[in-house]
Design a protein around this ligand. Structure first.
Ligand code: UDP
Ligand code: GLC
Length: 396
């Protein structure tokens, strides 16, 4: 790509500042990380990525040719977004990490933080290294996602230390500004998703994936893709399933950030409500395009406002009818023409929406086709990369 990526070599000379130091606290593959994967790959060899945890994200970046290093967090790792205030050990840890990040930032023009934890570290590192810090804000900074204290701290730090705040939706931007974030900092850049892996799924591959699931041939299969967390709403789809005897549901994802108890509770809920034979818990999967094309509909069921929701765009790219909850950034992706919008946390409405799709395949297919066309046009990786470049152009 142009601009930042084409800058100087990686010779390491501090005087030849090149591109961007991308920083992410996670080692696992959440949506924020999958979005950064495409971005960092597009920025090319003049930039590099620093992770604050080991894990599969590192391998994924390396396989895309991105230069990566890891500086693991210590006590800071245990600070959760619902926490009111981090303890002193976490602050000491933040200082230690900030020094290391500052050293890594020296050959670059900009430090870009892809998560809230990364932003805290990057803000300190930016001071030490005298580099501007860009925060790619991918969360809706409001309760119940975050405690009020956490929101105030994050927004105050952003107003003081962020040269720019890129948000993944207008909804994310609105929450930031409602919490006192300066509007002048904000640039909205929607995520883009590469359609190629979805286009590459042959009907035979989709049929083989479906056969491997062991669902009856006449079942209507819906699939929810997402890490296991109460706000992603797996419990609502399970509840809806009790009203839909012919429907099977795939739950694709894992408790990525320590939500194992919730994952067990879901299994228990399935057993208790008698839907265990129709609820398929598949764990974290790398074959999302195949699984989407093996399903009859893709369900998004987040009970709190979703900041963006990559899975919705992916369902559209897979050519599947999408049902999503009407809140947050979702309505910037899908409308009543290109999907079915249901109220959050309403199992009955979700069941009705699934039933209506199952009962009218012609309508479902037409809607899916409109969704696919929209996703291909509006949510491209190229537009996302251009948006981020434009948002940082004066800093690079
Ligand atoms: N995903 C995946 N394997 C899984 C479940 C989910 O690769 O088993 C991917 C999914 O395809 C999507 C991302 O994880 O690209 C989730 O992103 P989204 O923006 O929907 O939600 P987030 O987890 O970031 O809140
Ligand atoms: C976050 C949000 C999700 C968004 C993703 C990529 O993980 O929860 O809604 O799609 O970031 O920006």
């Amino acid at each position: 790509m142009s601009g930042s990526g084409s800058a100087t070599s990686e010779s390491g000379a501090a005087s030849s500042e090149s591109g961007v130091l991308f920083v992410d606290h996670a080692g696992v593959l959440g949506g924020a990380e999958l979005s950064l994967l495409d971005l960092a790959a597009a920025f090319g060899a003049g930039s590099e990525t620093l992770l604050l945890a080991e894990g599969p994200f590192r391998t994924a970046l390396e396989s895309r040719g991105v230069k990566v290093s890891v500086e693991p967090l210590g006590a800071l790792k245990h600070v959760k977004k619902e926490t009111r205030l981090p303890g002193p050990a976490a602050f000491t840890d933040a200082v230690r990490i900030a020094r290391r990040v500052a050293r890594r930032a020296k050959p670059h023009k900009v430090i870009y933080a892809n998560s809230q934890k990364a932003f805290v570290v990057a803000a300190a590192a930016g001071l030490l290294a005298r580099r501007p810090v860009v925060w790619h804000l991918r969360d809706i900074l409001a309760p119940p996602h975050f405690s009020g204290t956490n929101v105030r701290a994050a927004v105050t730090l952003a107003n003081l230390r962020a040269a720019r705040v890129i948000t993944n939706s207008r909804a994310t931007a609105a929450a930031f500004m409602a919490a006192g974030g300066h509007a002048s900092l904000v640039r909205v850049v929607h995520n883009g998703i590469d359609p190629a892996p979805f286009d590459a799924v042959t009907p035979a591959a989709a049929a083989a994936t479906r056969a491997a699931l062991g669902v009856p041939a006449d079942a209507f299969v819906v699939a929810l893709f997402g890490r296991f967390h109460p706000w992603k709403g797996q419990q609502v789809l399970l509840d809806a399933l009790t009203r839909l005897p012919r429907v099977h549901a795939l739950f694709v994802g894992a408790p990525l950030f320590g939500e194992e108890a919730f994952a067990s509770a879901l299994q228990a809920q399935a057993a208790k409500t008698g839907v265990a034979d129709r609820a398929h818990f598949l764990g974290f999967r790398a074959d999302v395009p195949e699984l989407m094309r093996a399903s009859d509909a893709v369900v998004h069921a987040s009970v709190y406002p979703e900041p963006f929701g990559r899975v919705i765009v992916e369902g559209m790219l897979a050519g599947r009818p999408v049902i999503a909850t009407r809140a947050g950034g979702v309505t910037e992706i899908v409308d009543d023409e290109t999907g079915v919008l249901v109220p959050p946390n309403d199992a009955e409405a979700l069941a009705r929406a699934i039933e209506s799709l199952a009962g009218d395949p012609g309508h479902a297919a037409a809607m899916a086709a409109r969704g696919a066309a929209r996703a291909r046009k509006e949510f491209t990786v190229a537009a996302m990369v251009r948006g981020v470049e434009d948002a940082m152009r004066d800093l690079l």
